[in-house]
Write a protein that binds this ligand. Structure first.
Ligand code: SF4
Ligand code: SF4
Length: 225
């Protein structure tokens, strides 16, 4: 295990992808006169960080945006320790192009349900922050490619599962989804997370734990209230 992976482990975080940086990637410099050369995308695979996060001060003190504040603390600490720079998907506007970076790692591909599908974790992953370095970190392979499981998924149960057909013609109708979520707090989407995501047969072993899924769902609904 690399030094970085060793440092991520106690937080339940994982290296979800790595990329070499070129000019058009819009990655901020690590520091003055230190342009970024490699970016590591850090996040959770399944509920890997949930037990750590739910016992953290950020979660327990009951203030707004506990996961963003936890990510900030952990990301900044690791960046200082490793001599890199932490970059966060929620800092903005303007927001930095995390999804383009994710694609460039070669570890994720598009799915029909407006989420990336990851080579190992399927739909059950999320990015918490990125770490930028001015030198290539030796231990990580650069971009790798994988074949999308969606290509061989004939029945596409993810699309069938949404009770309000929020995914039509490759567009996510967030208004349709949100109306449904706001009008009935007892639906299975509200209690256990998005049914479309849960219907995917890929990487089922990484399905979020129920309290973790509900945490995200509550935050999602609150952000549109
Ligand atoms: S259910 Fe099939 S099409 Fe939908 S995300 Fe999963 S693998 Fe892709
Ligand atoms: S949360 Fe429920 S209503 Fe919204 S997209 Fe997912 S399955 Fe559809």
């Amino acid at each position: 295990m690399s030094q970085i992976q060793g440092l991520l482990k106690p937080h339940g975080l994982l290296l979800l992808g790595a990329m070499r940086i070129s000019g058009e990637d819009r990655v901020p410099d690590v520091a003055e006169s230190r342009p970024a050369r490699q970016l590591l995308l850090i996040g959770n695979g399944g509920s890997s960080f949930w037990q750590v996060f739910r016992h953290s001060p950020e979660f327990c003190e009951g203030l707004a945006d506990p996961l963003d504040r936890w990510s900030k603390r952990v990301g900044e600490t690791l960046a200082t320790e490793l001599g890199g720079r932490a970059i966060f998907p929620f800092d903005g506007p303007p927001y930095l192009p995390f999804l383009s970076w994710a694609r460039k790692t070669g570890q994720v591909l598009a799915s029909p349900v407006s989420m990336f599908i990851h080579a190992k974790f399927g739909l059950w992953h999320a990015y918490r922050f990125a770490l930028a370095f001015s030198e290539q970190q030796d231990d990580f392979p650069a971009e790798a490619e994988f074949k999308s499981p969606c290509l061989g998924c004939k029945d596409q149960p993810c699309l069938e599962a949404c009770p309000v057909n929020a995914f039509t013609s490759n567009v996510y109708r967030v208004d349709q989804c949100m109306n449904y979520l706001l009008n009935d707090t007892g639906t299975s989407c509200r209690r256990q997370g998005c049914e479309a995501r849960r219907a995917c047969p890929v990487a089922r072993e990484f399905t979020y734990l129920l309290p973790h899924a509900k945490f995200h769902m509550d935050a999602f609904v609150k952000s549109h209230h």
